[in-house]
Design a protein around this ligand. Structure first.
Ligand SMILES: Nc1nc2c(ncn2[C@@H]2O[C@H](COP(=O)(O)OP(=O)(O)OP(=O)(O)O)[C@@H](O)[C@H]2O)c(=O)[nH]1
Ligand SMILES: [Mg+2]
Length: 158
């Protein structure tokens, strides 16, 4: 796949089945497989997001529950984050994909990734589902708590 090198590099990081690939497809226009079960993405895939300031390299990663990887695909996601993947350029920023309907479970990885200190933004997926189950997320309070911007998205609707 042809992807701009030497442009800023951003990875989509999050728990399994949180909408990472849905966000990736929306940003890049590619059609990587999306399905409603964990473990769909098993290796890193990169694409290009065209912005007014030029191309950004966006990488979709397998899901992981923590930085202590327990499977080969989790390890790949963690290695990418820690700049341990040969041939991959270091990340300039991270987009944390957080499932609003599973907020507490997602906080474990989110806090570990934020501690790495890379510039980060949270894409809060499934906000509508969170409201349906009567657990809406206070986006402003959540952003204040994490110290990074939080953007609610309907990833499945681009
Ligand atoms: N309702 C709703 N569904 C979503 C949203 N984002 C993603 N989905 C659905 O959630 C499921 C998982 O989406 P994926 O994009 O495959 O998730 P992933 O994080 O890439 O999953 P893995 O690669 O297995 O870790 C799919 O059925 C999507 O259609 C959202 O914002 N709202
Ligand atoms: Mg995926």
């Amino acid at each position: 796949m042809l992807v701009a090198r030497d442009s800023p590099s951003v990875a989509l990081v999050g728990n399994p089945n949180t909408g990472k690939t849905s966000v990736f497809n929306a940003l890049t226009g590619l059609s990587q497989q999306v399905a409603n079960y964990p473990g769909v993405t098993v290796k890193q895939v990169s694409g290009t997001l065209w912005t007014r300031r030029g191309p950004v390299r966006v990488t979709d990663l397998p899901g992981t529950y923590s930085l202590a990887a327990r499977s080969p695909d989790e390890l790949l996601a963690v290695d990418m984050l820690l700049d341990h993947l040969p041939g991959e350029q270091p990340l300039d920023a991270v987009v944390l994909i957080v499932d609003a309907s599973n907020l507490v479970r997602n906080l474990y990885l989110a806090s570990q990734v934020l501690e790495l200190g890379l510039p980060a933004v949270v894409a809060l997926t499934m906000p509508y589902v969170a409201r349906l189950i009567d657990r809406p997320v206070d986006v402003e309070a959540f952003a204040k708590l994490l110290g990074v911007p939080v953007i609610p998205v309907r990833a499945d609707r681009r």
